[in-house]
Write a protein that binds this ligand. Structure first.
Ligand code: F6P
Length: 328
């Protein structure tokens, strides 16, 4: 029989994402609404191992909905990868009187949560938050919309200087294994070329396309490059190859880096985070476990955690066609 839930723990783990604070707030306030206690665990699974836990109430999360990052902080814990580390984490959960744990993050976070659930029969619910939007079973992850807007704004600015100087810019965006940011922000910012980890059409095709662009009268161009692109060359090496083969191009490289992870969350991310935070508490009270709460057609849905971490089904092939047609 399921233990009666009296106290829920919440943590953020892995890469931060704008909207994590809004999700924590919704979990804490969801608990308050249902008369449950809530504990915040600092620095993800590492903080859990080190017993860095604090009780939170509805007022503890005031004025954080608009803030990027995560006030609970985050970490990638190597110690949690060991059985010993997980045993410590479990002991601390029990000693803090926590009956169920909400983990906010991406696939690494969910993998950690799954282990706690499997090894110690401890109820874990995931909330997807990563700028990469690479979690299966949810249309969107928290932070993705904000990151897209940050990238589009940055590329718009780069476009101004690129066109003033008749230059070709290679812009690197985040996404180690997923091209969602590159493809969507690339279309949104009108990029001429978009290189993503999910496909590798080879450098020859890129050179031919750039040549065609030149001949068609384009004076400046933007190539958006996902950091995880599988060409075997990093963005600087790619720029060198283009320079060598198409010497009439004046090329610059811009790596957007971690600005993509920061900033005030968009309204869309705040609403998504609020829905999923409330949904996570509802799911726990409904006796659900080993699931992620995701969003599908505006509705909160439950997805098994092991399905959520598979990721691979997010690449929208039709978007590639849209990118190719609109960049002609
Ligand atoms: O998973 C989110 C993400 O932002 C990826 O897109 C990126 O590859 C990675 O985190 C970078 O992580 P960090 O620099 O924090 O280790």
């Amino acid at each position: 029989m399921q233990t009666k839930i009296k106290k829920i723990g919440v943590l953020t783990s892995g890469g931060d994402a704008p909207g994590m604070n809004a999700a924590i707030r919704a979990v804490v306030r969801g608990c308050a609404y249902h008369g449950l206690e809530c504990a915040g665990i600092y620095r993800g699974f590492q903080g859990l191992i080190e017993n860095d836990i604090e009780d939170l109430n509805a007022r503890s999360v005031r004025n954080i909905i608009s803030r990027g990052g995560t006030f609970l902080k985050t970490a990638r814990s190597n110690e949690f990868r060991t059985k010993e580390g997980r045993e410590k984490a479990h002991t601390n959960l029990i000693n803090a009187g926590i009956d169920a744990l909400v983990v906010i993050g991406g696939d690494g976070t969910f993998t950690g949560g799954l282990l706690l659930d499997k090894e110690f029969n401890f109820p874990v619910i995931g909330i997807p938050a990563t700028i990469d939007n690479d979690i299966s079973g949810t249309d969107y992850t928290i932070g993705y919309d904000t990151a897209l807007n940050t990238v589009v704004e940055a590329i718009d600015k780069i476009r101004d200087t690129a066109s003033s100087h008749n230059r070709l810019f290679l812009v690197e965006v985040m996404g180690r294994d997923a091209g969602a940011i590159a493809l969507n922000a690339g279309i949104g910012a009108g990029a001429e070329e978009i290189l993503i980890p999910e496909e590798d059409h080879g450098i020859e095709r890129l050179l031919e396309s750039l040549q065609r662009s030149r001949e068609s009268g384009k004076t400046s161009s933007i190539i958006v490059v996902s950091e995880g692109v599988k060409s075997g060359k990093n963005i600087f090496e790619l720029a060198e190859v283009i320079e060598k083969n198409l010497s009439d191009y004046d090329i610059r490289v811009s790596v957007l880096g971690h600005i993509q992870r920061g900033g005030s969350p968009s309204c869309s991310d705040r609403v998504l985070a609020s829905k999923l935070g409330v949904g996570a508490v509802d799911a726990i009270l409904a006796g659900e476990r080993t699931i992620m709460v995701g969003i599908s057609h505006q509705q909160v849905v439950s997805v098994p955690l092991d399905v959520a971490i598979k990721g691979g089904d997010k690449f929208d092939r039709n978007l590639r066609r849209v990118a190719d047609i609109t960049s002609i």
